[in-house]
Write a protein that binds this ligand. Structure first.
Ligand code: SF4
Length: 344
C-alpha cells in the first residue's frame, strides 16, 4: 500500500481545525493533530488519519486452530498466527494487555512478506491452513489485515479473524468476503457490562456476529466468564438464546477468567463455569469450556445421541466418533467445516 511501517488510514472524515473523525469503529474518535484515537494506533498527521501499525506485527506463532479457539473449523490443523498492537476496547480484565496496550515491540513485515512467510512454512507443515489475525484486536490493524487477507486468499490460504467484533458496518462488510472464519468475543449480554468494564457497547458486537453469519463466514463465539460480573445462568441463557436465533449449531466457548491487567478478583470457579455451560446448552448444541484443564471439556459431543464425536486432549485431536461429516454412532450431521487434519 505505502511504506513498510504505517500507511494512510481508511474510513475517516476531515473536520474543521485539522481534526479528523475516525469511522472505523463505533468509538468514533475525534482526533486532534499529533494525537491518536482510543486504540492507540490511528493517528492524526496534519489533518489526515494514519494507520501506525500497518506493515508491522508484535506477536507471531504457529498454533493449533483449536487455540483461537475454533473447534468446528479444520479441527486438528495448525494456523500461522500474527498480532499487532492496539485495541479499541479497554477491558479491565484484558488477558492480552501487553499487546493491546502497545507494550511489546513492533517488527516490520509487509502484507506480501507475511503471506510469503506463511507459504514457506506450509512446505514444512502441510496441515497449516492459513493465517489467523489474533492475540490483540486485529480490527484496528484494518489496512494491514485487509491487504494481507486479499493476498492470502489469492494464494489459497484461509483467513481467520479473532476479534472483539467492535467495528462499523461498512469496513466490516468489506472485510468479511476475505474471511473464512471468525471467533468473536461476546463479552456479556448486558450493555452496562460493556460500558462499565470494556469502554464500549454491546449492540455493535451483536450486529457484527449477525453480519458475519449472514455473510456465510464460519462463526464461533467466546465469552469470558468473570466472577460477580457476567456469571449468572440467566445471562448465559439470554446470550445463548440470542445466538440460537441465528443458528443453534454455532459453537460457544465459555472461557475461564484469570486476574490480569486491572482485574484482581480470583479466577472463575469451575462449578460456576459448569453452571454457565449447562444454562447455555439449553439453547445451543455445542458449548465448550476454555482455559481449563478438565477432561472432556473440549470434546465435541453429538447433540442427538451424546456420543463423543471429536476428542481433544493433550495428545491431539481425534475423530473417533466421526464419519463423513456425521456422528458415527447415530448418523446425525455435525456442523464442522472440514475434517482434513483429523486422526481417525
Ligand atoms: S479505530 Fe481507533 S481511532 Fe478509530 S474510532 Fe476506533 S478507537 Fe477510535
Amino acid at each position: 500500500m505505502t511504506s513498510a511501517q504505517g500507511c494512510p488510514a481508511r474510513f475517516y472524515r476531515q473536520l474543521a481545525d485539522d481534526l479528523v473523525l475516525c469511522e472505523l469503529c463505533p468509538q468514533g474518535c475525534q482526533i486532534a493533530p499529533g494525537r491518536v484515537g482510543i486504540c492507540g494506533v490511528r493517528e492524526n498527521r496534519q489533518g489526515r488519519l494514519w494507520s501506525r501499525n500497518y506493515g508491522t506485527y508484535a506477536a507471531e506463532a504457529v498454533d493449533p486452530v483449536e487455540k483461537k479457539p475454533l473447534y468446528h473449523f479444520f479441527p486438528g490443523c495448525s494456523i500461522y498466527s500474527f498480532g499487532a498492537g492496539g485495541c479499541n476496547l479497554a477491558c479491565r480484565f484484558c488477558q492480552n494487555w501487553e499487546l493491546s496496550q502497545n507494550a511489546l515491540p513492533a517488527r516490520a513485515l509487509s502484507p506480501a512478506e507475511m503471506v510469503a512467510r506463511v507459504l514457506a512454512w506450509q512446505k514444512h507443515d502441510p496441515d497449516c491452513i492459513g493465517i489467523a489475525y489474533t492475540y490483540s484486536e486485529p480490527l484496528v490493524w484494518f489496512e494491514h489485515v485487509y491487504e494481507t487477507a486479499a493476498l492470502a486468499k489469492e494464494r489459497g490460504l484461509q483467513n481467520v479473524l479473532v476479534s472483539n467484533g467492535y467495528i462499523n458496518l461498512q469496513p466490516w462488510r468489506e472485510l468479511l468476503p476475505l474471511l473464512s472464519a471468525v471467533n468473536i468475543d461476546v463479552k456479556s449480554f448486558r450493555e452496562d457490562y460493556y460500558r462499565r468494564l470494556c469502554g464500549g457497547r454491546l449492540a455493535p458486537v451483536l450486529r457484527a456476529v449477525e453480519e458475519a453469519y449472514q455473510a456465510g463466514c464460519h462463526v464461533e463465539v467466546t465469552t469470558l466468564v468473570v466472577p460477580g460480573e457476567n456469571d449468572s445462568p440467566r445471562e448465559a441463557e439470554q446470550l445463548a438464546s440470542w445466538l440460537a436465533g441465528l443458528d443453534a449449531g454455532i459453537p460457544l466457548h465459555v472461557s475461564r477468567y484469570f486476574p490480569k491487567h486491572k482485574a484482581i478478583s480470583p479466577p472463575t470457579a469451575l462449578d460456576v463455569l459448569r453452571i454457565w455451560q449447562v444454562a447455555a446448552a439449553k439453547h445451543l448444541h455445542y458449548v465448550y469450556l476454555g482455559n481449563v484443564a478438565v477432561a472432556g471439556a473440549a470434546d465435541t459431543i453429538c447433540p442427538q445421541c451424546g456420543a463423543v464425536v471429536i476428542r481433544r486432549g493433550l495428545t491431539g485431536v481425534c475423530s473417533e466418533g466421526w464419519q463423513d461429516g456425521h456422528c458415527r454412532s447415530c448418523g446425525r450431521r455435525i456442523q464442522i467445516v472440514q475434517e482434513a487434519c483429523l486422526d481417525e
